[in-house]
Design a protein around this ligand. Structure first.
Ligand code: GLU
Ligand code: ZN
Length: 302
């Protein structure tokens, strides 16, 4: 895929592990409005790389809800489950560069041996010297150095990969491709310029930028939205049993999401048609109005 006239291309990349909830609506809406305000394209990619975590019918249900909420996406939806050959190719490139190695450490061994960092156990490079082990399918990427980037909302963000993270998985023990590999390969091959997504992925971004450097890909402009917290302080997610969005609440939920995103829609828009609300939202979208705080409570959303 080649995009010679590079202009704004954005995306929403849900994991079909359950129905869409309010937290994902916020990410979908912000990425959509930022793309449209910049006369760009907006694509949907299903991150169904991890079959055991995916729920039957969830991908279709997500697309249906997006459609009933008034989202229109450009081009066909890309399914990561069909992109194996592309991920394999990237692994081969990294292998040729001498940047990967097989690792057969179990989770238990890692927890016993490695220091616990802010983002989980910091892998100690134990298997870096090991020759390929026949029964392992797990691969790690050798990391080094500092990665810093200017987030469109959160400002300068920096990590030292060896100190803070350690060599991370590109392919897991069960043979599945890791999230970071899929996301980096697809974001590059789909030609995205801007990534607008939830705060929970901010600390993954240096790993993704490092992988982009290794593979010779361009680095995107990232903006990480604040997390939506429920009034009990928990984040909206499937794990927290956040309710599925209902088609009949489209206007109300889009209005609430705009409010959460700091766009201050007028109260009467909450009773407007979905079309009027969308027109207002696209005409008035300003990324700079989105609050930067890591989590914002929204009492009304359910
Ligand atoms: N699939 C990820 C999620 O639903 C989002 C990935 C991304 O936006 O980079 O949390
Ligand atoms: Zn190991």
């Amino acid at each position: 895929m080649n995009h010679p006239n590079a202009h704004y291309r954005g995306r929403f990349a849900p994991s079909p592990t359950g129905p869409l909830h309010f937290g994902s609506l916020v990410a979908a809406l912000a990425s959509y409005l930022d793309a449209h305000a910049n006369h760009g394209e907006w694509h949907v990619r299903m991150e169904d790389l991890d079959p055991p975590r995916c729920e039957a019918g969830a991908a279709d249900a997500i697309l249906q809800i997006l459609d009933s909420y008034g989202f229109e996406w450009d081009g066909p939806v890309l399914y990561q489950s069909q992109r194996g050959t592309h991920y394999k190719q990237a692994l081969q490139t990294l292998d040729e560069l001498g940047l990967t190695y097989p690792c057969d450490c179990t989770r238990k061994e890692i927890h016993a041996r490695c220091a616990m960092g802010e983002y989980g156990p910091i892998y100690d490079g134990h298997c870096r010297q090991h020759a390929a082990c026949a029964d392992t399918t797990s691969l790690r990427l050798k990391v080094k150095g500092d990665i810093a980037f200017e987030d469109g909302l959160q400002g300068l963000y920096q990590q030292n990969l060896s100190r803070d993270i350690g060599d991370f998985h590109l392919r897991r023990r069960d043979g599945l491709f890791a999230y970071h590999l899929g996301v980096v390969v697809d974001d590059a091959e789909q030609g995205f310029t801007h990534i607008v997504r939830g705060y929970d992925l901010l600390d993954s971004t240096p790993r993704q930028i490092y992988l982009q450097h290794c593979l010779g890909f361009a680095v995107h402009q990232y903006s990480h939205l604040p997390l939506v917290l429920k009034n009990n302080g928990q984040k909206f997610s499937k794990q927290n049993r956040s309710p599925a969005l209902r088609a009949e609440d489209a206007v109300d939920n889009v209005w609430l999401a705009l409010q959460f995103l700091g766009q201050s829609p007028a109260p009467e828009l909450r009773k407007a048609t979905l079309k009027t609300l969308w027109e207002w939202a696209t005409d008035n979208w300003q990324l700079s109005k989105v609050p930067r705080v890591w989590g914002t409570q929204l009492d009304e959303a359910q």
